[in-house]
Design a protein around this ligand. Sequence first.
Ligand SMILES: Cc1cc2nc3c(=O)[nH]c(=O)nc-3n(C[C@H](O)[C@H](O)[C@H](O)COP(=O)(O)O)c2cc1C
Length: 326
Amino acid sequence: MRNTPAFHIRDLPVYGRAILSPMDGYSDLPFRSLCRELGSAMSYTEFIKVEDILERRGYVEEKLAYTEAERPVVFQLYGHDPDKIVEAALRVRERDPDVIDINMGCPAKSISNRGAGVGLMRTPHKIAEIFSRLSRVLDIPLTGKIRLGWDEHSRNYLEVARIVEDNGGQLLAVHARTKAQGYRGQADWDAIAEIVDALSIPVIGNGDVSTVADIARIRAHTGCVAAMIGRAAMSNPWIFRGLDRQEVPPEMVRQTMLRHLELNVNFYGPQRGLVLFRKFATRYLAPYRLPRPVRQRLLTCTQPDQFTALLDAIVQGGTNMALKTA
Ligand SMILES: Cc1cc2nc3c(=O)[nH]c(=O)nc-3n(C[C@H](O)[C@H](O)[C@H](O)COP(=O)(O)O)c2cc1C
């Protein structure tokens, strides 16, 4: 199966139909690597502000870092000024990503009210300019990620999708909610199906994919080439291995947690790596009826070795790892 690509982004083969969503604060190099090891088909970086790239802000180095094992690697950029987007894309092109993606979905007020993220969907002519200029200067595929529009009165996803394709976009990921919906309400998979029908480039479906069965369901419902998984992957990266959370045995949870912690420590160093790992650890352990003091000791460890020893003792020493639902 590894030998047959699931789909192509222009000439770039992608081997798999489940992809970790770009998520600011989560889809960093360690978590992307973990999910890629578990079976996510490609790696999208967290979104990166074009102005910060141009001003060479320190944090950008971390956001642009990736490993060869993550390929295909997508650098996701956000901004509202076409000149700056083009300049920043050319600058990051030097880091040899496989794809450059433009974020047209972020609903945060500080971003969308300034016309970036989903704010771009209110200025389709700008999207046309950005994609036509970028596709002419870039020698790697250019892609986009959209929502359905600003609110229920301006669901202009079909117009924007066509603009992306007509101006050189090679793939479109669609989070099937409007900006007004935020992350609430049901994702509208019918809208994804409409986009799939209207475009010839591949479409990735996103929103309300939380179980392994949902991956097949969204594909069957919409005809999208792959599913993108965000929040569900934060607590269940094993979804990329074809497992729903309740199917993951405690020993596998332990091994994956230790691997994630190792990736974090290698990338961020021991202290920062452990601190940044805690938000994931909380999610990984959430389903279990762990005694509160045990959970607290684990989440307040200051040394990775301490954490590892404690986790080993919990899993192997027979501490109650019963599922809350059990
Ligand atoms: C904490 C968080 C951060 C996110 N950051 C990004 C981002 O940087 N770029 C992006 O395109 N989408 C971002 N998203 C949106 C997700 O990629 C995805 O479209 C959305 O969560 C819906 O998918 P889900 O229902 O599987 O979570 C973010 C979502 C969350 C919850």
